[in-house]
Design a binder for this molecule. Structure first.
Ligand code: URA
Length: 217
């Protein structure tokens, strides 16, 4: 991991530059304006002060991947490692997610990976309803409409509740759900792996379903 610079502004600029490289790498020749708009949104997220989570964050985590990704993956909120690096799913949950994604024959650069909220909640508590409402209306919904993925994978209860209005992952998983004109596949949050091996197995099963579905996208 790179050492963070001392000045927060430098760290923000560095994180924004790194994310720009990832987004541009995924831009198709015809999709450059989409990549540019995503990049502008990314820059706005990095300096956002619209909800109280900005006060305790180190870096905001807009998300990364191809601007033209067919599949978007949405988690809950950045954790400690993500807060320090400005990148999504780079800690222990992310390592497990990388492994599971590789089971689809793809890797993380083929997806666009982000979270419901873009700043780490203190002590990794769940994001509050008002934080979710602010962050999704300002950023996540715009990211979805810019990327226009063919399928959205939801990781964990917060993503399932926010995007589908369902109460639990159980009621949503194991099938493709059509909701408000988009296709979704829900599964458990990769952090379950550290306390529920049985649910980790189900994440693998759900990604096997994703692999099948990706052939049709
Ligand atoms: N957990 C999440 O929900 N998102 C991350 O980016 C990291 C851990």
């Amino acid at each position: 991991m790179k050492t963070l610079m001392h000045k927060p502004d430098d760290a923000i600029n560095q994180a924004a530059a790194e994310s720009r490289v990832v987004i541009e790498a995924g831009a198709s020749p015809h999709g450059s304006s989409r990549a540019k708009r995503l990049e502008d949104l990314d820059a706005r997220i990095r300096v956002c002060v619209a909800c109280p989570l900005h006060k305790s964050r180190t870096l905001a985590v807009p998300g990364e991947g191809k601007a033209g990704a067919k599949v978007m993956i949405i988690g809950e909120a950045p954790g400690r490692n993500e807060d320090l690096t400005g990148r999504p799913f780079v800690g222990n949950s992310g390592k497990f997610l990388d492994q599971v994604m590789q089971g689809t024959g793809f890797n993380r650069t083929d997806f666009f990976i982000t979270n419901i909220v873009k700043c780490r909640p203190p002590s990794n508590r769940q994001p509050k309803a008002a934080e979710i409402e602010t962050c999704t209306s300002l950023y996540l919904l715009r990211q979805i409409s810019l990327i226009d993925p063919r399928l959205i994978v939801l990781l964990g209860g917060v993503a399932v509740k926010t995007m589908l209005g369902l109460k639990t992952v159980e009621e949503a998983r194991g099938r493709i759900i059509k909701h408000e004109g988009r296709k979704f596949l829900a599964t458990y949050h990769p952090a379950v792996r550290f306390h529920r091996e049985d649910l980790a197995v189900k994440i693998h099963e759900d990604f096997a379903l994703l692999k099948q579905e990706m052939k049709r996208l």
